[in-house]
Design a protein around this ligand. Structure first.
Ligand code: ACO
Length: 351
């Protein structure tokens, strides 16, 4: 039994917010953001729009693309670091939104590596023979930790002048808040017997000694109560990003894990048709590409239009790569990601 990606679907909320709009509410510039990150725009969910709200249309699109009715889904894996509520996870809300009942839902918290960890769970469930059709979703609404005012200006609903005080306040954490975008990506992963296509191998790592490099210091048992009112004001609800350390780890560990997974499958980079990396920063991906000596046609990036969408990134990128004809039947695709945990790894997938 091989796990095949039978259908894909995506959903992004609202309208694109470009860097020029960001520069109207905080002290930043299109040039700084593009030069450091490659990001030109991102989408952010409006107030009241939850992670499962954007996951539902993505999942419906994936089901339609696969030609699989929701009722045939026998397991749901939901990867997110921004669930609708503290608990339960977003899976039950998605399940309910799809109009199905009883299907088990597993929420996982692997941040930017959520998709590859989720794919390993889906693959293991399928190969063990327990389940046939697994719905794997990666979705994030990061807007909840953007402690900005002036959303009306940001979203183009108002042309008012933003006060100096607001700009100063919105500029706090600008090194991080400009990086993220909201999105959902979904896959129908299906078990097929004696298939030539499907998941070839998955290699994952976690190194807890780097746990504090990407961390949100609120909302857990380390705090009494979990959330204190002043956490929003002080910015403790905003993730801590040790950007330069993460950058160094990413450009070392992502190429390393690609080489390792290829080697243990007696494959080389020449056998790979497309590498789909997590999209945290275009500069990271360019450095990885250079270290691996990969030509442009073997790498797919879309961070320019979406920013870092955390667990949604790889399903979103894979869906677009497919739509653009960059993935042909028989191609060997390598997914690679690294994120908070520190969790990282690679997947080899035969399309
Ligand atoms: N606009 C304008 N200027 C800015 C901005 C901004 N948005 N952000 C920071 N600056 C300024 C800083 O104030 C600083 O100015 P100074 O030199 O006068 O003090 C200067 O730019 C450099 O700031 P740094 O924070 O040191 O910027 P750096 O070059 O490290 O780039 C970045 C930051 C883009 C985050 C980079 O470190 C990076 O890409 N890291 C890896 C990606 C990453 O960690 N992403 C998060 C992953 S999330 C996850 O896994 C859940």
């Amino acid at each position: 039994m091989r796990s095949t990606i039978f259908g894909t679907g995506i959903h992004v909320p609202g309208e694109a917010i470009d860097n020029h709009r960001m520069a109207r509410i905080m002290d930043t510039s299109h040039e700084w953001i593009v030069q450091r990150t490659g990001i030109e725009q991102r989408y952010l969910a409006g107030e009241g729009v939850t992670t499962s709200d954007i996951a539902i249309p993505a999942a419906r699109a994936a089901l339609e693309n696969a030609g699989v009715p929701a009722a045939d889904i026998d397991y749901i894996v939901f990867a997110t670091m921004t669930p609708d509520v503290y608990f339960p996870g977003s899976g039950p809300f998605l399940q309910r939104g799809l109009g199905i009942e009883r299907t088990p839902c597993l929420d996982i918290r692997q941040q930017c590596a959520g998709f590859i960890y989720g794919l390993q769970v889906a693959d293991a469930l399928i190969r063990s023979g327990q389940y046939r059709n697994v719905l794997l979703v990666g979705a994030e609404v990061h807007a909840g930790f953007m402690t900005w005012s002036a959303w009306d200006v940001l979203c183009g609903r108002s042309d008012r002048k933003v006060s100096e005080e607001e700009i100063a306040r919105n500029t706090r954490f600008r090194d991080r808040t400009v990086l993220f975008g909201d999105a959902a990506g979904a896959l129908v992963v299906r078990g097929e017997e004696s298939s030539t296509r499907g998941v070839v191998d998955i290699l994952l790592y976690t190194d807890g000694k780097h746990a504090e490099r990407l961390i949100t210091r609120c909302g857990g048992s380390a705090y009494r109560p979990y959330f204190r009112p002043e956490m929003a004001e002080s910015g403790e609800i905003v993730p801590v990003v040790e950007g330069r350390e993460v950058y160094k780890l990413a450009v070392k560990l992502m190429p390393e894990v690609i080489r390792e997974i290829l080697e243990r499958n007696d494959l080389t980079l020449d056998d790979v048709d497309l590498v789909v990396m997590h999209q945290a920063n275009l500069r990271i991906n360019e450095a990885c590409q250079q270290r691996l000596g990969l030509p442009d046609e073997k790498v797919f990036n879309n961070i320019r239009r979406y920013g870092n969408t955390t667990a949604a990134t790889i399903p979103l990128a894979f869906h677009e790569a497919k739509e653009q004809g960059r993935v042909k039947p028989g191609d060997l695709v390598c997914f690679v990601a690294l994120g908070s945990g520190l969790n990282w790894g690679a997947v080899l997938y035969r399309a």
